[in-house]
Design a protein around this ligand. Structure first.
Ligand code: HPA
Length: 246
């Protein structure tokens, strides 16, 4: 049985369905992960949980130590990772509270430690990243959504921006032209780092707002928080089913 992990995002800093067994605080060659990794059980299934913004949601997207987080999960012999993220909707099919299981990524981030291949060991390593997410995990998430009766977009391109500010309307127009379905700030370099160390990795996103300029007016941050709360309930139902089916 492969060991599974959930990386929680905004709205999922604590995974209360998990009965904790132990807390791991691995210090990796890249420093400390965002928080202790909690290993525990959901029903009969054991899993690890790591909140990428820290337990108190104090680490902004561009300050997350993505390398330490992924290295910590690898150190704990995790094999399958599902990453939860909150995103803005760009495509008409992605209104607030819609779940999206993306199948592609466009990376607009910069100045992040984005690789384990830093040349210090005098090697040059490339990875294939044509299809950035694990298709087997993606299909499991899609199946779990069907089982619990929540609608999920079964493909889409996650455009990853630097944050922490939201985008301008013109930036979102450009991202729409590029083919982005949703926009978030934490999808990269996490996915690429997972691929570098051969972790199977998929993303489950919850849309919490229409991206900038998609509707008239500005983004209402209070509404965004409300959508995060209600949307995350659907994500949790999906994730609990996914865990059960494993
Ligand atoms: N843009 C970027 N990241 C986000 C958004 C957004 O509109 N909503 C939630 N995370």
């Amino acid at each position: 049985m492969s060991k599974i992990a959930i990386i929680g995002g905004s709205g999922l800093d604590v995974f209360s369905a998990l009965s904790p067994i132990r807390s791991h605080q691995p210090v990796t060659p890249y420093g400390k992960p965002s928080a202790p990794v909690i290993e525990g059980r959901v029903g009969k299934q054991s899993l690890c949980f790591l909140p990428r913004h820290g337990t108190n949601h104090a680490i902004p997207p561009h300050c997350i130590n993505y390398r330490a987080n992924i290295a910590a999960l690898k150190h704990l012999q995790v094999e399958d990772v599902v990453a939860i993220t909150a995103v803005g909707g760009i495509a008409p099919t992605t209104p607030p509270r819609q779940i999206v299981i993306p199948d592609q990524i466009i990376d607009y981030t910069y100045d992040r430690e984005h690789t384990f291949s830093d040349g210090l060991d005098n090697t040059v390593k490339h990875i294939d990243f044509s299809y950035p997410y694990c298709e087997r995990l993606r299909q499991q998430l899609i199946c779990a959504a069907q089982k619990v009766g929540v609608s999920a977009e079964t493909s889409g391109t996650y455009g990853v921006t630097q944050g922490p500010r939201l985008e301008t309307a013109a930036e979102i127009k450009r991202m729409a032209r590029d083919g982005c379905t949703v926009v978030g700030m934490t999808g990269m370099p996490e996915a690429a780092l997972a691929r570098e160390v051969q972790l199977n990795y998929a993303n489950c996103s919850i849309v919490v707002n229409w991206a900038a300029g998609i509707t008239n007016g500005t983004i209402d941050l209070d509404k965004l928080e409300q959508n995060l709360k209600t949307g995350m309930e659907k994500v949790l139902a999906l994730i609990l089913n996914w865990v059960e089916q494993r």
